[in-house]
Design a binder for this molecule. Structure first.
Ligand code: ACO
Length: 336
C-alpha cells in the first residue's frame, strides 16, 4: 500500500475565536473585606480593579471551555463535527479522567475528534496554539479547536492575600484550519520550561507535594501557593526576553508588529516590557483591570476581545507572549 506523505506546503488561519467570562464579580473592595488589603494597594501593585468569578453551582472549567469553543465555532460558521481535534489547556480540570476536551467534544458533537488536555499554566493557550499550528501545518490535522481556560477561584485560598487578589476565571478559544498560503499562521514559536523553579508557583494536593521550606501549617492543600517576588523577578526577565527574542527571530522591529497579545499577570510586568523594549503602547492590549489574571484563559480572552473589537491590524503580524507556573514561557508570531 502506498501512503501519500502529508502536505507540508500549507499555512494555518484562525477561522474563529470565542470566549466566556462569568458574570459574577469580585472587586478589590470585596477582597478588602476578606483580608488585610485595600483597593489602592491592589491597583498600584497590579493594575487590577476587579475580576470575574464563576458561580460554582452552575459554572466551572467544563462550562467555560465548552461555551468559549462553541462561540468560536459559531463565529467561524462551522459545525463541531468538522473538527479533527480539540485541545484544552488548563490547570483546573474538573476531573483528570475524562479530560475536559473529551467531555466538551462529546457535548458539542465533535466525536470522534481527538481530544486531550494540556497543562502549561498561564502559557497553556499559547502552547495549544503553537501545537495546533504545527499539527495543521504538517497535514496531521485539518481543523483544530483550542481552548485556554482556568477556574482560578476554585483553587484560591481566599485567606491568602498574596494570591487571592490576582486571579479571575475565564476561557478563550480559537478554531484553526488549513489554508493554501504557507506564509499564513505561526511564523515563529517558542515553548520552554524550567522545572527547577516549580516551588515558586504550585498547587500541592497532598503533604508530600510540599516544596522544601513549606509546611502543612497555614497551607490549604488543593490551593495555589505562590512566591510573588520570585515569580515577579522571573516574569519581568522572561517576558522581555521572549518578546525581544521573537522580534529578532522573525526579523521584525517593534513597530512592524500590528498587535501585542500578552498574558495578563500584572500591569507592572507589561509596562516594564513596553518601556524597556520601546513597544508602541497603543498596540499592547491590556484588560487586567477588569479580569485579573485568568491563567490559561488570559491570552485567548485577549485574542477574542481584540478580534471582536477590530483591534487587530491583520496587515501586520501579531506577537503573542506568556509565562507561567512550571515555570514555563512561550511566544508566537502570527501572520494573519
Ligand atoms: N495587600 C496589602 N499588602 C500586601 C498584599 C496585599 N494583597 N500582598 C502582600 N502585601 C505586603 C507584603 O506582606 C509585604 O509586606 P512587608 O513589606 O511588610 O513584608 C509588602 O506588601 C510587599 O510585598 P511584595 O510581595 O514585595 O509585593 P510586590 O510589590 O512584589 O507585589 C505581587 C506582590 C503583586 C504578588 C507581585 O509580587 C507580583 O505581581 N508577582 C507576580 C505574580 C504573578 O504574576 N503571578 C502569576 C504568574 S504565573 C501565572 O500567571 C499563573
Amino acid at each position: 500500500m502506498k501512503i501519500p506523505p502529508p502536505p507540508v506546503h500549507r499555512g494555518v488561519r484562525i477561522a474563529g475565536t470565542g470566549s466566556y467570562v462569568p458574570e459574577g464579580l469580585l472587586t478589590n473592595d470585596d477582597l478588602a473585606r476578606m483580608v488585610d488589603t485595600s483597593d489602592e494597594w491592589i491597583q498600584q501593585r497590579t493594575g487590577i480593579r476587579r475580576r470575574h468569578i464563576c458561580d460554582p453551582t452552575t459554572e466551572g472549567t467544563l462550562v467555560m471551555s465548552r461555551e468559549a469553543l462553541r462561540r468560536a465555532l459559531d463565529q467561524a460558521g462551522l459545525e463541531a463535527s468538522s473538527l479533527d481535534m480539540i485541545i484544552v489547556a488548563t490547570v483546573t480540570m474538573e476531573m483528570t479522567c475524562p479530560s475536559t476536551a473529551a467531555r466538551i467534544a462529546g457535548e458539542l458533537g465533535a466525536t470522534p475528534a481527538a481530544a486531550f488536555d494540556i497543562t502549561a499554566a498561564c502559557c497553556g493557550f499559547l502552547y495549544a496554539l503553537n501545537l495546533a499550528d504545527t499539527l495543521v501545518r504538517s497535514g496531521r490535522a485539518d481543523r483544530v479547536g483550542i481552548v485556554g481556560c482556568d477556574w482560578m477561584s476554585s483553587i484560591i485560598d481566599y485567606d491568602d492575600r498574596s494570591c487571592s487578589i490576582l486571579f479571575g476565571d475565564a476561557a478563550g478559544a480559537a478554531v484553526l484550519e488549513a489554508t493554501d498560503d504557507p506564509s499564513k499562521g505561526c511564523i515563529h514559536q517558542t515553548m520552554h520550561a524550567d522545572g527547577r523553579g516549580w516551588p515558586a508557583l504550585y498547587i500541592p494536593r497532598r503533604d508530600r507535594d510540599l516544596a522544601d521550606g513549606d509546611t502543612v501549617e497555614g497551607i490549604r492543600l488543593g490551593c495555589l501557593r505562590m512566591n510573588g517576588r520570585e515569580v515577579y523577578k522571573f516574569a519581568v526577565n522572561q517576558f522581555q526576553n521572549s518578546i525581544s527574542g521573537a522580534l529578532e527571530a522573525a526579523e521584525l522591529t517593534p513597530d512592524e508588529v500590528g498587535s501585542y497579545i500578552c498574558h495578563q499577570s500584572n500591569l507592572r510586568i507589561i509596562e516594564s516590557a513596553v518601556e524597556k523594549l520601546g513597544l508602541p503602547r497603543e498596540k499592547v492590549y491590556v484588560n487586567i483591570d477588569e479580569y485579573g489574571n485568568s491563567s490559561a484563559g488570559s491570552v485567548g480572552l485577549c485574542l477574542d476581545q481584540m478580534r471582536t473589537k477590530g483591534l487587530i491590524d491583520e496587515s501586520k503580524p501579531s506577537l503573542l507572549v506568556a509565562f507561567g507556573g512550571g515555570m514555563t514561557w512561550s511566544s508566537c508570531v502570527w501572520n494573519w
